[in-house]
Design a protein. Structure first.
Length: 294
């Protein structure tokens, strides 16, 4: 439910309108500026949340590309691997809470339909789900904050998460790790600070290209974590090599600036936002780029 402007905060209370009156709330931060709308939502675990849209009156800073650039390869083994060689482990929240969830789901399934104990059990299941998503969001916020603080240009692959989730085997792991949410966070955090967020087309062969000599290997099964380029003999960590390629590709796109075409692809610049489309190359089986075609 949405409430327009006349919402006020008084100490620890939120006042939605005259009819509802004051409600106790826990605030995460103070707001500066004028409140636009307040949206109240109820989680399945029975908790109410109010998200407050505030206009701080500040213009978005002009995006700049002067400074450190980073490429990020998103994966399942490690959640994120960066072009400067850092690996961030996937916290696997679901796996950790899986046992607990399973137990509570079993309990729920044994309750009689329509009973009060069933209602209670359902709420317990919802509570675990809610805990998992809050843990996940916390991890994503902290990591995106760190990356945006330390870099000026942030490059990721434009992942077709929806397409990948159709691949049933990977679906659970992918929807658990929150790549889409992570990219959204990187994007708005970067834009708010005049930094540049770039998505490289998902068909760009970031894993299979040697970042040193640009030689491309034919295939690179997912279980191969290290490989040696047969052309320049560089030994590559699969994911670090991919993230360096993502960074380099983003810098190439940025250096094209406002020009219309490059390598048969196109680059558009829309008010600081950059979107690009490059030539499609075949799917790489097993990589996060891979989209099952059935
Ligand atoms: Zn090479």
């Amino acid at each position: 439910m949405s409430y327009p402007a006349n919402v006020t905060f008084e100490g620890d209370y939120i006042k939605l309108n005259r009819k509802i009156g004051k409600i106790y709330c826990r605030r995460h931060r103070d707001f500066e500026g004028t409140i636009k709308t307040v949206t109240i939502s109820k989680n399945s675990d029975g908790k109410y949340y109010a998200s407050v849209l505030v206009d701080d009156g500040l213009d978005k800073p002009e995006a700049s590309t002067e400074g450190k650039a980073i490429g990020i390869d998103l994966g399942l083994t490690d959640f994120a691997v960066t072009s400067d060689g850092s690996k961030f482990d996937n916290p696997r929240h679901l796996a950790k809470h899986q046992q607990n969830l399973k137990r509570k789901q079993q309990k729920l399934s044994r309750k009689q339909k329509g009973s009060n104990t069933r209602k209670k059990a359902r709420r317990l299941v919802a509570k675990v789900h809610s805990k998992i998503s809050r843990c996940r969001e916390d991890f994503l916020h902290k990591l995106s904050r760190k990356i945006v603080n330390e870099n000026q240009v942030i490059a990721v692959e434009n992942l077709n998460v929806k397409g990948m989730v159709k691949n049933h085997k990977l679906a659970k792991a992918i929807s658990d790790c929150g790549w889409g949410m992570f990219c959204t966070m990187l994007k708005y955090k970067a834009e708010r600070e005049g930094k540049t967020y770039v998505e490289v087309d998902r068909f760009f062969p970031s894993s299979k290209t040697c970042h040193v000599c640009l030689n491309q290997v034919e295939s690179l099964p997912l279980d191969i974590r290290n490989w040696t380029c047969e052309h320049c003999h560089t030994n590559h960590d699969r994911d670090i090599n991919a993230s360096i390629n993502i960074r380099n590709e983003a810098l190439r796109i940025l250096s094209l600036g406002t020009s219309d075409t490059a390598n048969g692809g196109s680059v558009r610049r829309l008010g600081g936002k950059i979107s690009c489309l490059l030539d499609a190359t075949p799917n790489e089986i097993g990589s996060p780029n891979y989209i099952a075609c059935n």
